[in-house]
Design a protein around this ligand. Structure first.
Ligand SMILES: [Zn+2]
Length: 239
């Protein structure tokens, strides 16, 4: 049986759009660390030739979400323990600076939008929409950073949060967010009250607990790429 390409539209076949779909699948834990990204299967799934697939994979490799191994192909990245520590060391530096900047007057009026985002995060958890829960819990951190208006800082943190989400799929159970929305609510309340020291302490403790949760048992998995991207299953064995 032939497979049906699901993204054969002109926009959907662009390398950027393909990269975005694969990135979303990784960040929503639909693709596990170490999963093989077979070019032939991706060509079928996205209804394109190898060129755009290779460009998309190269883009994701630059973001450290995909490993390209000579003669073996592309895999969802599997960050080492050392990398976990390095990512969180950098997150602590950047996110404590975010808290300080917000408390010193950068963007406190927009804290309401963060409040409604945490509300959606809680709702996603309660309705068992785990993909949305994982995505929204990362967005709490990146949207808070956006309030500082510093785009370089935001670029750095976006990359680190994406890598943290990937790490959480490796070191914690797939389909769970290592973030607690109750922690997020407490951080927001301290920011809203202008309590800089308390907000910084809460953020620091939150990041520490997220890092600790990730040192749990590793999860690895093969993936059926047709299933991950919503195409039919059936004739999808890897070559
Ligand atoms: Zn968090």
């Amino acid at each position: 049986m032939m497979s049906t390409p699901i993204l054969a539209t002109p926009n959907g076949s662009k390398p950027e759009a393909i990269a975005e779909r694969i990135r979303a699948a990784i960040l929503e834990h639909r693709l596990a660390p170490g999963a093989k990204l077979t070019e032939a299967q991706l060509c079928e799934v996205f209804g394109v030739k190898r060129g755009p697939i290779r460009q998309a994979l190269a883009q994701l490799a630059t973001d450290r979400l995909v490993d390209l191994e000579p003669n073996r192909g592309a895999f969802v990245a599997s960050p080492s323990l050392q990398e976990v520590h390095e990512v969180f060391e950098m997150r602590r530096i950047i996110e404590l600076a975010v808290v300080e900047k917000i408390c010193s007057g950068h963007g406190p009026r927009r804290l309401k939008t963060i409040g409604s985002m945490i509300g959606r995060e809680r709702k996603a958890f309660e309705t068992r929409d785990f993909s949305a829960w994982i995505r929204l819990s990362g967005e709490f951190h990146t949207e808070l950073a956006a309030l500082t208006g510093n785009t370089v800082l935001c670029d750095c943190l976006n990359g680190l949060v994406a890598r943290s989400t990937l790490i959480s799929a490796l070191y914690e159970s797939l389909g769970r967010s290592p973030c607690s929305f109750e922690d997020h609510e407490a951080i927001l309340a301290a920011l809203d009250a202008g309590k800089a020291k308390e907000a910084a302490a809460l953020m620091s403790r939150h990041l520490q607990s997220v890092e600790l949760k990730m040192l749990d048992r590793p999860a690895r998995g093969a993936a059926d790429l047709h299933e991950v991207f919503g195409a039919r299953t059936g004739n999808s064995a890897s070559p």
